[in-house]
Design a protein around this ligand. Structure first.
Ligand code: AN7
Length: 354
């Protein structure tokens, strides 16, 4: 008999900070595909799987944490929620907040989030404020608003967000039957690497997995504060989702790196765009630039010889490619298809089939 996925709260209720009194606000997020990658496996001589988080309802991994954060905010009677965002958090917050009957307030860095992400906040009726500053300034304002006014903070400083996001690690272990040897992912505000490590540790502590992965995080070279061990005052990268100079979960990400025997390194915009293109062309997976940072890092490690063959590797691709069509169109060029008259002979001729 078919058993339909019920969303991360219902699937992992006992491992999340909810009770019978918590109203469940869900879009049935999670349960995302874990897809084997033939070209990355061949390249690395490892068994590489991609955790495709763009398959979540609003197109990114943020929905996992948002279902928990919004449900908990509703439980305590919040009327409005606030977040700072490079685009995906605000899209997710807006969707879940309206579903719960709450007002979403989103603070975004002016001119630095993509059109589709802004459109998501708009269609859900978000109160959108463009801040003349960085994401880091937006986060400072969001925290202050939540401290001084009746609005609940739903950034990943809110522990309910991280609790929800750790379910991705549970799903991977549940599917593979063990934790991978290496888990690779992009790092921006550093919540996700923290949440995955929490999830893997929890399953190991409870004996569900007998191993824990090394956590490999990758920042964009122009926005790599953790790599350089210093805040970046003017972060720049084509991967706008991870254009963050002073990550909120900095210390926790460093702990995840060190406790797991992992690493946090940087990849250039060029490496990110190449990885995005190779994922699209080889795996049939279109991800947004930030999402390709982990793949770029894995490719770099393979060519540097720092990844031993024979391991099980999971790479999280965090958001859907349709989140940023402009960068893809620009980077790929030749977006204009050839124009032909509506005849089979013309189609066959232009395709070189005749
Ligand atoms: C596609 O939406 O910070 O290291 O405000 O959208 O947990 O921050 C987004 C981050 C990776 C980095 N990939 O994750 C926001 C925001 C995508 C993202 C990250 C983000 P974290």
């Amino acid at each position: 008999m078919a058993r339909l996925w019920r969303g991360v709260i219902q699937e992992y209720r006992a491992r999340l900070p909810v009770t019978d009194r918590t109203p469940v606000v869900t879009l049935c997020e999670g349960g995302t595909p874990l897809v084997p990658s033939a070209w990355l496996s061949a390249l690395t001589r490892c068994s590489v799987h991609l955790k495709v988080e763009g398959s979540n309802p609003t197109g990114s991994f943020k929905d996992r944490g948002m279902t928990v954060a919004i449900s908990k905010a509703l439980e305590v009677g919040a009327k409005a929620v606030v977040c700072a965002s490079t685009g995906n958090t605000s899209a997710s917050a807006a969707a879940y907040a309206v579903r719960a009957g709450m007002t979403p307030i989103v603070l975004v860095p002016h001119g630095k989030i993509t059109g589709p992400k802004l459109a998501q906040a708009v269609v859900h009726g978000g109160r959108i404020v463009a801040v003349d500053g960085l994401f880091d300034d937006c986060l400072r304002l969001a925290r202050a608003l939540a401290d001084g006014y009746p609005v609940a903070l739903v950034n990943s400083l809110n522990p309910d967000r991280l609790a929800g996001q750790k379910t991705a690690a549970f799903e991977i272990v549940d599917q593979l039957g063990a934790a991978p040897d290496v888990h690779v992912l992009p790092v921006g505000n550093a919540g996700n690497i923290t949440a995955y490590w929490m999830g893997y540790q929890e399953y190991a502590a409870d004996g569900i997995a007998h191993n824990r992965p090394r956590m490999w995080g990758f920042q964009a070279a122009g926005a790599a504060p953790i790599v350089h061990d210093a805040p970046v005052p003017h972060p720049e990268t084509v991967a706008s989702a991870i254009r963050i100079g002073n990550p909120a979960s900095w210390r926790l990400a460093v702990a995840a790196r060190d406790e797991s025997g992992g690493l946090i390194d940087a990849v250039t915009d060029e490496q990110i765009l190449r990885a995005q293109r190779e994922l699209s062309g080889n795996d049939g997976l279109f991800v947004e630039p930030a999402s390709a940072a982990g793949v770029a890092g894995l490719v770099a490690a393979a060519s540097a010889g720092t990844l031993e063959p024979g391991q099980v590797v999971v790479v999280t691709v965090t958001g859907h490619g349709l989140k940023d069509v402009e960068t893809a169109s620009t980077a790929y060029g030749a977006a204009q298809p050839e124009l032909i008259p509506a005849t089979v002979t013309a189609a066959a001729a232009v395709l070189g089939l005749a």
